[in-house]
Design a protein around this ligand. Structure first.
Ligand code: PLP
Length: 474
């Protein structure tokens, strides 16, 4: 088998057109002047200290805060993941230690629950009936127990670029006179600056906002930013949380790439040509399959849409998304960000160029022909799945932290009803859990797990043997 370097080299030489992270898309222009080996340094005399910055890191963070509209910005070198985790650790405890989280949150939010010991108070996303994905969130249908929770954590935008009425959530807190911090996972919207994109969570008034700057901006993979404003979050506690979680040998390459990413983020012109090209794509494709479009705004809890994410549903074609991905890879050299049984997500970044979108347009235009020659017609078969239904929500017996540290044993799935899950199991993508550790296994959960297709399952080592870890009763 290849070693890692050989594997990377073999992959790179295939020359795929990237519709996935990182946002720099391998373009040198974002790193002019970078000496990758020479700059691979960490804390040395004359350089600064990430956990107590006073020099060049402090200056760079300050400039980034100015660019993104924060009062203070922290550079992260353990991905957006560490940002979600630090957010929860930074919350002041309430008596019963609860936090509002969306059930469809990224798994780093679930790990933040384990680390912080906070209990989740779930709010439910709206699942789009055609895409079978949690694309929206209807604030008016949720009951947020503002007074009883340490914070309210939401994701804006979703992985797929759809945003809910975050302004309405912020207004509700003000209208009801609460001071509960609102934390926003804006991992997929670091580029929300300028007129072409929805308003950023900072602009709308969120307290703590996470950017996974490597996803759509030019920062190197694993670099991210955490922004804070106002007085609801203790800056000291936030700093301490980051110090607890992050490496003591931060990569200065990552840090320098973050500083650069902020500067390039202001170059709005880079997105203009891409926007025109995506509009053209929408005009030319879309028959045969379903493409999420601006017309979807206002439906199923979708309030904003980011045109730089292109989501298609292949069900009407009668071919599965993995079949289409294989075809697009082999015939057009197109590499998407992710796919499930029926959807494919293509992601642009600040490093994308017009030609990439033209290639994607051609690839998508030819999908109907591909489906046809594969003996399928639109009416023949609807390829779909029901993996993203969220109700009824299993009962929370232990907090995720209590369940994580409890004694556990692995049992057969068919004997598991009524037991407390000792592991969190999520179909990926998008990684929304079917069961979270600490919850009681129900018939509905069992049914979902027993009928689970091959796909990708996060955190489930008993998939093949049909087993599950449960918490041992005392
Ligand atoms: C919504 C969301 N939040 C947070 C993260 C974690 O970010 P990172 O991969 O930079 O650790 C991801 C990663 O995909 C994500 O989709």
């Amino acid at each position: 088998m290849d070693d890692l370097g050989e594997g990377l080299s073999r992959y790179y030489k295939q020359g795929f057109c990237s519709f996935h992270t990182p946002g720099h898309k391998g373009r040198q222009e974002f790193f002019n002047g970078f000496d990758f080996l020479g700059f691979d340094l960490t804390e040395l005399p004359g350089l600064d200290m990430l956990h107590a910055p006073q020099g060049i890191i402090a200056e760079a963070q300050k400039r980034s805060a100015g660019i993104f509209g924060a009062e203070e910005t922290f550079f992260l070198i353990n991905g957006g993941t560490v940002g979600n985790q630090a957010m929860f650790l930074a919350l002041e405890d309430t008596e019963d230690k609860r936090v509002v989280v969306e059930r469809s949150s990224h798994r780093s939010v679930m790990s933040a629950l384990v680390l912080s010991g906070l209990k989740p108070e779930y709010v439910m996303p709206t699942v789009h009936p055609e895409f079978n994905l949690p694309l929206g969130f209807e604030v008016e249908k949720q009951r947020i127990p503002w007074q009883e929770v340490s914070g309210c954590h939401v994701t804006y935008p979703s992985y797929y670029g759809t945003g809910f009425k975050l302004n309405q959530l912020l207004d509700e807190r003000t209208r009801l006179g609460f001071n509960t911090p609102i934390l926003v996972d804006q991992a997929h919207g670091s580029h929300y600056l300028g007129p072409l994109f929805p308003p950023s969570a900072l602009k709308l008034g969120a307290d703590l906002v996470l950017h996974s700057s490597h996803k759509t901006l030019s920062a190197l993979t694993q670099s991210a930013m955490l922004h804070v404003q106002g007085s609801r979050i203790s800056r000291t506690r936030l700093r301490q949380s980051l110090e607890l979680l992050q490496s003591s040998s931060p990569s200065y390459l990552l840090l320098a790439s973050l500083e650069r990413a902020g500067e390039f983020a202001l170059d709005f012109g880079r997105w203009e040509g891409l926007h025109e090209e995506v509009e053209e794509l929408h005009k030319r494709v879309g028959t045969g399959f379903r493409i999420l479009s601006p017309e979807d705004v206002g439906t199923y809890g979708i309030h904003t849409m980011d045109w730089s994410k292109i989501l298609i549903n292949t069900s009407p074609l009668g071919v599965s998304a993995p079949q289409c991905v294989k075809y697009l890879r082999e015939s057009f050299g197109i590499e998407p960000e992710l796919w499930d049984e029926e959807n494919i997500l293509f992601m642009l970044g600040i490093g994308s160029v017009r030609e990439d979108i033209r290639r994607l347009t051609q690839g998508l235009e030819s999908l109907a022909g591909f489906a046809h020659s594969n003996g399928q017609t639109a009416s023949e078969k609807r390829v779909g799945n029901t993996r993203y239904t969220f109700s009824p929500l299993p009962k929370l017996v232990l907090s995720p932290r209590q369940a994580f540290f409890a004694h556990k044993r692995q049992i057969s799935l068919k004997d598991s009803i009524g037991h407390v899950a000792g592991e969190t199991i999520s179909p990926y993508p998008p990684g929304t859990p079917v069961i979270v550790m600490g919850e009681q296994i129900t018939y509905e959960v069992l049914d979902k797990l027993l009928t689970a297709g091959e796909g990708h399952w996060q955190g489930w080592d008993g998939f093949k043997s049909c087993k599950i870890w449960i918490v041992e009763e005392e």
